[in-house]
Write a protein that binds this ligand. Structure first.
Ligand code: FEO
Length: 384
């Protein structure tokens, strides 16, 4: 795949991965992107997952022919991108590995790379000339690890964006960008909105015509769309108006309350109502929806004087990603000592800009007149 005259794609598609990064289901697989920049000096951008060493090296060989690369630029040391540094150096021992001080600390920790290997340590905003192409390294700490840097090629106006603007899904599967990019963003980088905002500010000063991320498709058209999404997500602004109802139910009574609330919201013309069973749906998808909409309803049974485990995991997933700027409502169920609302609201104690609704719903075992009336009032408040 040709990105520009001089920049070629040498990445791979992974349809065998069971859980990406040990936890994310990826029904359409995953792409580990890598690129070659052909110039007087030749640079390879990042490696790929360990299992694809042979395919990746063959892709490079296919582009280079008898030429040899001068640089292997490591933008991110997470092993889905760095696992083949040694395999690369076995084939191209003369190439210099380019990284920053943190890159090399991690490289030695992970791979014990021989001291004789050429290492070129760069600093923030340092440039590297390949001939016609000048690369500028921009440090982007915590997007997604501390050593991350992105690389701007001012000749072809390409931003190599590391994990930024990435998405789940292999490149040989057609699917909507927003949905799987959003699930990827909130799952993987969601906690680091501030750092993504800093990177977007630097990006705004550059003339970018192509974005080459480490996962997902190469972005060439309508870049404003992708940058706007990243701006919304990283500033923790809701993307859409709507209510997301996440429930944890044991015998179906809390589920019935959640579904009744959803029906009432729809009846009242709420812009969008999404509902999910936390015990059965993909947790990353649920986290994504919580960030997508401006209102969230948490409905849980009381369990061991606490809340149901999947609800706990869900709220933890929100709080650790700095969930904020949203309205949150509670539906609790308890047969003898309902505790869920107290526990759930307490979990947001340190969160910023969370508004709890005045109304909440307590179900005693199963819905009755009182709890149905409370659901009606909550639906009204949420639609106001
Ligand atoms: Fe794709 Fe943070 O690794």
């Amino acid at each position: 795949m040709t990105i520009t005259n001089d920049i070629k794609y040498v990445g791979v598609n992974d349809h065998e991965v069971d859980l990406f990064e040990g936890q994310y289901i990826v029904p359409n697989g995953m792409a580990y992107n890598s690129y070659v920049i052909m110039d007087e000096k030749i640079a390879v951008m990042d490696t790929v997952d360990e299992r694809f060493a042979g395919e990746w090296l063959a892709n490079i060989k296919n582009v280079l022919g008898d030429k040899t690369p001068d640089y292997l630029i490591i933008q991110h040391m997470e092993p889905d991108h760095s696992a083949n540094i040694k395999a690369f150096l076995e084939v191209y021992p003369e190439a210099a590995v380019v990284g920053n001080a943190k890159t090399f600390t991690m490289m030695d920790q992970f791979y014990k790379v021989d001291e004789s290997v050429n290492r070129l340590t760069v600093t923030d905003k340092e440039t590297l000339s390949l001939g016609a192409h000048t690369l500028t390294f921009v440090f982007a700490p915590m997007v997604h690890w501390p050593e991350v840097m992105v690389t701007y090629d001012s000749t072809d106006k390409v931003l190599f964006s590391a994990d930024g603007f990435g998405k789940f899904g292999a490149l040989d599967v057609e699917e909507d960008w927003d949905c799987e990019a959003r699930r990827y963003y909130f799952g993987i980088v969601g906690k680091y909105g501030l750092q993504v905002q800093k990177l977007l500010k630097v990006a705004a000063t550059l003339d970018i015509q192509t974005i080459c991320p480490l996962h997902g498709p190469i972005l060439k058209e309508d870049l404003g769309h992708y940058i706007e999404k990243y701006d919304i997500w990283s500033s923790y602004r809701p993307e859409n108006k709507g209510v997301f109802i996440a429930y944890a139910s044991v015998y179906g009574h809390t589920k019935a309350a959640a579904e009744l609330l959803a029906a009432k919201l729809e009846e009242k013309g709420c812009e969008k109502v999404a509902i999910a069973d936390l015990a059965r749906e993909d947790m990353a998808e649920c986290v994504e929806d919580a960030f997508r909409y401006d209102r969230l309803v948490l409905a849980s049974v009381t369990y061991n004087g606490d809340i149901f485990p999947c609800m706990k995991t869900f709220i933890e997933g929100l709080v650790e990603r700095n969930y904020q700027n949203r309205t949150v409502a509670f539906v609790e169920n308890g047969t003898w000592g309902p505790m869920a609302k107290k526990v759930m609201s307490g979990m947001f104690e340190k969160s910023k800009n969370i508004t709890f609704t005045e109304e909440s719903v307590t179900v005693r075992s199963a819905l009755n007149e009182d709890s149905e009336a409370a659901i009606e009032r909550l639906a009204e408040e949420l639609c106001r």
